[in-house]
Design a protein around this ligand. Structure first.
Ligand SMILES: [Mg+2]
Length: 194
């Protein structure tokens, strides 16, 4: 029997794209405050940045995406590109699973900016899934940073490594502080298709 591809489900924001570092200067501009006033120790939703009002984050996100092309200018997390290229060369199938379509009517820009960014930084992938319900997307192993997604994936019996940041330090492992750790964790589970 031919074994199917080994699939690695990869979240983008906070895992491959450094969302906090990319959003911070845009948030400082939006709020009219010096960048150093905004902490890096944020929780999910950036409430520490005092974005204000019920739609504070949504408004910033829309500005960042439409006027500052956020998804095209995010910095890459150190070591992510090279680790993914190595895994891909070994035969791991990279399946990007991202929930970037959460502002209505900005989907075209979100998708175009995402694809441009992936190409620009040489991030290999075969599948690109824009999904909120990540556990509905099949993969052999996953890397995620969102506490909510990690909980949902784990309760669905999926094997997930936590990319550590200020939003998820309280979660139990396996966890990684670098792409070198993620890469060796994936390789430890990798079974090539045969
Ligand atoms: Mg994420």
């Amino acid at each position: 029997m031919v074994r199917k591809d080994f699939v690695f489900g990869v979240d983008l924001d906070g895992v491959v794209a450094d969302f906090i570092r990319g959003m911070k200067p845009i948030a400082a501009e939006w709020l009219g405050v010096p960048e150093p006033e905004l902490t890096d120790e944020v929780s999910y939703g950036f409430k520490e940045w005092k974005l204000g009002g019920k739609h504070g984050y949504e408004n910033l996100h829309r500005f960042a995406l439409r006027e500052r092309r956020l998804f095209e200018v995010l910095p890459v997390v150190e070591g992510a590109g090279v680790a993914l290229r190595r895994l891909s060369r070994r035969g791991v199938r990279i399946r990007i699973i991202t929930h970037r379509l959460y502002i209505p009517w900005f989907h075209r820009q979100a998708v175009v900016q995402t694809v441009e960014w992936l190409e620009k930084h040489g991030i290999p992938y075969w599948d690109l899934c824009f999904m909120a319900a990540k556990s509905s997307v099949d993969a052999d192993v996953y890397v995620e940073d969102s506490p909510d997604n990690i909980a949902k994936l784990r309760s669905a019996g999926k094997s997930v490594i936590v990319m550590r940041n200020s939003t998820n330090r309280h979660l139990k492992g396996p966890g990684a502080d670098s792409w070198a750790e993620i890469e060796s964790w994936v390789l430890g589970r990798f079974r090539p298709a045969g």
